[in-house]
Design a protein around this ligand. Sequence first.
Ligand code: ZN
Length: 309
Amino acid sequence: MTKRTCKICSSTEILKYCVQQNLVYDCCDSCFYCEKRPEYTSVDADYVASQAMYYENPDLDPFLEPSSVLDEKMKYRINLAAAYLKENDRVIEIGPGRGSFLAWLRSEGYSCTACEQSVVLTKELRDKGFDVIEGEFERLNFKSQYNLVFSFHIIEHVTSPLAHLEQAFKVTRPGGHLVLATPNSASWQQRLLPLLSANFDTAHLHVFSKRSLKLLGEKSGWIHVHDFTFENVSGWLRLFSKLFRRIKGENESMTAGKYANLGATSGSMNKLILLFSFISGPFRRIQAAVGGGSEVFIVLRKPGNGMGE
Ligand SMILES: [Zn+2]
């Protein structure tokens, strides 16, 4: 049997997590990069299947979450983006979902573009008046370059994370930045209870830590600027809902989003989450500060002029 090697740091210390049938990950014990073993014939087939299941299905809303959770996430992204945005910047967001972050950019007066692969979402975004380049980001030929590229929770889904970072590098102007967020493979949830971690999800072909993202970023030409983790209120709630589903014996793929939907549509559930959010605030801030938050953010800069070089 050939020994598995980490694609990011070349370590041979690989742990195997069998989360459930057909959901198996190889996780590097050194840089924490986790790679899903293809459920279908190949990584490409896996990608096509999950895109179709989640983003081309009008009966399923993968973005539906309680407003308390969404508000907290949005506030965090806006504060971070504001630190890097400059007047007259041209901005692109890869995979903007329903466009809530794009709407904020537009309201602030930035010239913003979206890149979206889903036919359903592209139509919805265009109906909202957004400029959308339709297609798979990594395979497109872009005519323009941007000062800032935002990629929130996309890299864990793509077939080649390296191609994602290389393409982001190509579309960024010299001196410009990439701001990227993804689930954190070094989160407390994954390290304490890996088999219940929301990071291991059919649609997640990869899970990254700060270290593995930094290594991959540098491999694709970027200069590492900053990285940190954030613990959103949904981090622990997702783990509890997974535990609840296991106890009830529910099929996890079939009931994906069930409890998030419940929280999104029930006012009293939303109030409960707000209360949990308030009480858990100090604990979550400590968790994030020591790098254990369930979301990792990285800011990368493209070498060149524009930043005083
Ligand atoms: Zn590694």
